[in-house]
Design a protein around this ligand. Sequence first.
Ligand code: F6P
Length: 368
Amino acid sequence: MSKTIAILTSGGDSPGMNAAIRAATIVAIAKGHRVLGVRHGYRGLLDGKIAPLDAEGVNGILREGGTILHSARSRRFHERASRDQAREVLTQHGVDGLIVIGGNGSLTGLTLLSNQDEAGDWPVRCIGIPASIDNDIALTGLAIGVDTAMNTIVEACDRIGDTASAHGRTFIIEVMGRESGYLAMTSAIASGANMVLFPEATRTEEELVNSVVKTILTMRERHPENHRVLAIKAEGVPTPTDRLKELVDAKLGQATGEEHEDIETRVTVLGHVVRGGRPSAFDRLLGSRFGNVAVRALLDGEHRKMVAWLPPMDLPEGAGTRSVADPYCYLIDLPMMLAATKRLLEGQSPLARWRTTAFDDLEDVFLL
Ligand code: F6P
């Protein structure tokens, strides 16, 4: 029997969202079902911004960044009344299955929308697809957009590295990631940075300043001909980046006196540049495979699950099952994912605990 599947993107956009939209749409249509696109996230859902999506409508979007369905952050969805309204809108449009592509906030909204305590016998099946450049979603090895964001950061660091070497300067490069240090940590390695500052390390402001000054002075000693220092800083580190620069400059002045003149520091905040651009080949693949698995899961009657990308790992008991459509993908219970993500962001998960010390013995390696 032909079913109607609605797709929406929500929260911070991420490169590869369009690949997921496209795959879900063409797989559903190829199987004889109807697809509706919800524009502007949950806000658009509440406002009834829903229109059919067909193969023509998703043709050529695989390579496009952002999301053709647009996105939004909607506080209204935190209210029960708004969720009741959203369920009513979807029912009125004859929707049988809903796919939400987004990060923690969006998947929390989907978990609330599909909570039987308030939804009762509402029949719409709900599947989430993790999409966030922060990679701050638990129980999936990767979310859509992370690979592209890392490539964007590394490209920027390569460019900054050229001028930093030319002048023997220190650059503090701030990258996105909200509360997670993942992007900072991985792009520091991939770009050959000399240090990385990330919130999981929970350093005091003084410890942060001292570590940057120590890196600068060590690099000057070890590399007399090229004082270049790239320090990648996650935006979730509490000290504002400009303040960190000022404190580092002051500390350098105390430590080196008149010699301080030729130690120059600069700041580059990459900001939303990290979220844009054409998706990498991997994010197109990941988005496509997630979209495919999500549709097939809905058609198989799966509900309140998130599609996950998992290298072989020990999943908590009952947390999920391997997708029959794609052995690299799993279907993870949404409420268990949210509980695990809470532990991750509170630094209580094994992964979070590993991150706090992961770089402790790499400090010197970065200075070689
Ligand atoms: O969650 C993705 C993200 O890009 C974070 O890294 C960043 O802190 C946040 O979104 C920015 O949100 P907005 O686009 O609403 O300013």
